[in-house]
Design a protein around this ligand. Structure first.
Ligand code: DP6
Length: 328
């Protein structure tokens, strides 16, 4: 029972931060993301009665007990659905450096969900796959569909309505997202811990939740209208609000380094000069810049000229998760 799947990473344009239920990993807010063409994870999984324990190999290295444990607990969900307790060997590879703080949990859990469901012969809808992936990592639910994607916070206690689906396919709109890598270090505080801290300590937490609906509605429309300025303005606004929430936690969470801040100013300078470019930043120091195809070279040159930017990775809207190989 073997299968291999590929899932692309995604970046939220309207951010997710906060959980309404930690055990089921239910988000407190919906989010909207762009699937990335250039960053993906390929995961191969084999279940066999010969294996005594689950074994996880990440980028050709045996994973830590924590990583293996998280993967094992996640696989238990699929084993329960399939009515089996077979153990697995999982080999997972990112085509980008995991330590660079890029969203490897999104593509990782989406690829794992798809590969494991296929290997266990579970026939699941895209919605069911997204519900499962969410339990590995919230942003992973958004890496099941491709293109422009919306994740619903949902309302039900069992999480069956907390899943992602496409707003528009990749071909709907050719926009670009350039990632400027400012650091290869692992982030100091992970998203799960950061979200919990914000929920329990930030005086702005409820205000963040209350404002999300309007941002989601506006972003959905900007995507459908192919209104780039609106998409960019909303993305930058949601990013800064999310970081303001993180900063207002106690102790405050600061994900940026000096280069991140330099790059934020440089993006705004470019915009003042007439080039529509907008930044977004996740729970780490990398800068992501949204622009139109005709401005990609100018944005790349701008990023490459900032001391401390080590590499720039260009993306278009990318495809959804798919099976690459299966044993029958
Ligand atoms: C800042 O999906 O990594 O990237 O559900 O706890 O695994 P968990 O969190 P995760 O959080 C992503 C946070 C973010 C914003 C976003 O992608 O929406």
């Amino acid at each position: 029972m073997r299968s291999k799947a590929r899932a692309h990473s995604n970046i939220a344009l309207i951010k997710y931060w906060g959980k309404r239920d930690e055990r089921l990993n239910l988000p407190a807010v919906g989010s909207i993301s762009l699937t990335l063409s250039a960053l993906w994870t390929e995961t191969e999984i084999e279940f066999s009665p010969q294996f005594q324990t689950d074994q996880l190999i990440l980028n050709d290295k045996t994973a830590s007990p924590e990583e293996t444990g998280r993967t094992s607990r996640f696989l238990d969900l699929l084993r329960e659905l399939a009515g089996t307790n077979l153990k697995a060997i999982i080999k997972s590879e990112n085509n980008f450096p995991t330590a660079a703080g890029l969203a490897s949990s999104a593509s990782g859990f989406a690829a794992l969900t798809l590969a494991a469901a296929r290997a266990l012969h579970l026939s699941l809808s895209r919605k069911e796959l997204s519900v499962l992936a969410r339990q590995g990592s919230g942003s992973a639910a958004r890496s099941i569909p491709g293109g422009f994607v919306e994740m619903y916070a949902g309302q039900s206690a069992d999480g069956s309505d907390a899943f992602a689906e496409p707003i528009a396919p990749p071909a709907h709109w050719d926009i670009r997202l350039l990632i400027g890598i400012t650091s290869g270090a692992a982030k100091k505080i992970g998203s799960t811990a950061g979200m919990n801290l914000s929920k329990t300590t930030s005086p702005y937490y409820q205000a963040w939740i209350d404002a999300q609906h309007a941002d989601l509605t506006a972003m959905r429309q900007a995507i459908l209208d192919r209104d780039f300025e609106r998409l960019g303005e909303l993305s930058e606004y949601s990013c800064l609000k999310m970081h303001a929430l993180a900063l207002s936690s106690n102790p405050g969470i600061l994900y940026w380094n000096g280069v991140t801040v330099e790059a934020m100013h440089a993006v705004r300078d470019l915009r003042r000069g007439g080039t529509p470019a907008y930044f977004t930043i996740d729970a780490g120091p990398q800068i992501k810049v949204l622009c139109l195809p005709e401005d990609e070279n100018e944005v790349r040159e701008m990023l490459e000229s900032i001391p401390g930017i080590r590499e720039v990775v260009s993306n278009k809207p990318g495809p959804g998760a798919r099976i690459l190989e299966a044993d029958e």
